[in-house]
Design a protein around this ligand. Structure first.
Ligand code: UTP
Length: 469
């Protein structure tokens, strides 16, 4: 820690610390003690004072994937076998669910953990409630209490736990809801200085969803999973209520393929869609961010006119527990850092809180998908955009609260029809109503057919809102 403070650049922090007393001093001291001075130096040199150049390998080829629908009879049989396997894994307690909820949700601009955002189109259930109800149904369906790991960050852990307590864990067994906390990284100003976010604290932000892997190890969650016989982690993001959290086919293929880390893919709707691109390089799977992909590759077409690099990432994975153990064995994990330029409020040398109008600092994050090339075996399964991916990043527009609510309603309207319940539709085919089905009752299409029925559930009215449970 003291090494960090000896750097002339960190002079302001050193002076601040020397003035502090009591708990304030302890707080700042603790934060500084978690920083490795040599690593900080290297980060400032390589990521802050210059913009890191992402080296794009020259041998990128599109990554192979399993189609959502089997392509031939032999594959259909394999999918049936995989689905059966996935169901067994769920029933046998081999799977846990993991939601990453440590982000700051800056684009959403919501004051509180993103999971506490009211999202559903009719009842306004929060994201956490929605997942909790789905987990209750999935557990019931497979006859096993499926543990739910929730990754928080130091910035939202207290608020997240309090929210679950206040809502009595939405009826889930308290022991099955397990919080663990990811690490933080200090924001660094463009001139290489650590920033103070408040008089006795560095400006810290969560270290990216790549922090999940080490946090699993450090928190003891990984050891707990092992002791309970868990083998697979189903990973999804808190802002995607459509995420297929317990998909037997995906889980089964992961297992039968001997994959260490598997991913869902979505066929991109246009070359420049803002999704990470699944690519192969040197025999390894990796995701190249849309902003880093050379145009020549992004726009490359197959002879039939389809996109060569078709597969985009919706950030849905299955990860083998023993893979995470392997990666974090010695208590470290060096995933690459990604630089983000941000407006970071800070305490100036004369003690005022400054809220910059333009980016002033670098935040560093690691990404979970950078573990893909470290795996000996990977697997990709196609997903369905309308059914699996409704990211809630912004209040309105693309990937927003609005688009998410609409997608939930459209998906549930389709499920009502599966159950034989008539849904009024507009001339363009979209539902002429807003509907919501409780995931406590229906967690998949099979449930819709079996658990909803026109004799008991009235059809939604044109222009109306209807809730089903
Ligand atoms: P995003 O990268 O979209 O970030 O996270 P965000 O925090 O939700 O939103 P912005 O960028 O500040 O507007 C994708 C998922 O990864 C989680 C988020 O909670 C979300 O589920 N995440 C992100 C973490 O758990 N930790 C992090 O450090 C970053």
């Amino acid at each position: 820690m003291m090494e960090t403070l000896k750097q002339p650049k960190q002079d302001f922090i050193a002076r601040t610390l020397s003035r502090l007393t009591g708990d304030s001093r302890k707080n700042l001291e603790k934060q500084l003690s978690e920083i490795d001075p040599e690593e900080l130096d290297a980060l400032i040199r390589d990521y802050v004072l210059k913009k890191p150049e992402t080296r794009i390998p020259s041998d990128l080829t599109p990554a192979p994937f399993f189609r959502l629908k089997p392509e031939n009879g032999r594959q259909a049989a394999y999918y049936r076998q995989a689905e059966q396997k996935g169901k067994e894994l769920l029933s046998d307690g081999k799977v846990v669910l993991l939601v990453v909820a440590g982000g700051q949700g800056t684009r959403l601009g919501f004051d509180g953990p993103k999971g506490t955002y009211p999202i559903t189109p009719v009842k306004g259930k929060t994201l956490f409630q929605y997942f909790a109800e789905e987990i209750a149904r999935v557990s019931e369906k497979y006859g096993a209490v499926i543990p739910w790991y929730i990754m928080t960050s130091e910035l939202n852990d207290t608020a997240t736990r309090a929210f679950f307590k206040e809502h009595a864990f939405f009826g889930l067994p308290v022991k099955s809801v397990r919080f663990f906390t990811q690490g933080t990284m200090p924001a660094i100003s463009y001139d290489g200085k650590l920033l103070l976010g408040s008089p006795d604290s560095l400006a810290l932000s969560p270290n990216g969803h790549g922090g999940t892997l080490l946090a699993l190890k450090k928190s003891g969650a990984l050891a707990e999973m092992k002791s309970e016989g868990v083998e697979y982690i189903s990973y999804f993001q808190v802002d995607n209520p459509l995420a297929p959290m317990a998909d037997p086919l995906f889980l089964g293929l992961h297992c039968l393929e001997g994959s260490q880390m598997s991913s869902r893919m979505l066929p991109k709707t246009n070359p420049h869609e803002k999704l990470g691109n699944f690519c192969m390089s040197g025999g390894k799977l990796r995701i190249i961010e849309y902003s880093d992909m050379p145009d020549a590759l992004t726009e490359k077409k197959n002879p039939d006119g389809s996109l060569a690099f078709l597969a985009g990432s919706p950030a849905i994975h299955v990860i083998s527990r023993d893979f995470v153990e392997e990666l974090t064995r010695d208590g470290r994990l060096n995933l690459p850092w990604h630089r983000a330029d941000k407006k970071v409020p800070f305490i100036s040398e004369n003690g005022e809180l400054v809220k910059p109008e333009t980016p002033n600092a670098v935040k560093l994050e690691s990404f979970i998908f950078d573990a893909l090339p470290l795996a000996r075996k990977t697997m990709i399964l196609e997903g369905c955009r309308a059914e699996h991916f409704s990211p809630t990043k912004n209040p309105t527009g693309v990937d927003s609260v609005e688009s998410c609510r609409e997608m939930l309603s459209v998906r549930d309207a389709r499920r009502l029809e599966l159950a034989g319940i008539r849904v009024p539709r507009k001339s363009d085919g979209s539902p002429d109503c807003v509907v919501e089905i409780s995931p406590r009752t229906v967690c998949d299409d099979e449930d819709a057919k079996q658990r909803l029925n026109p004799a008991r559930h009235a059809a939604p009215q044109a222009g109306g809102k209807a809730y089903y449970e």
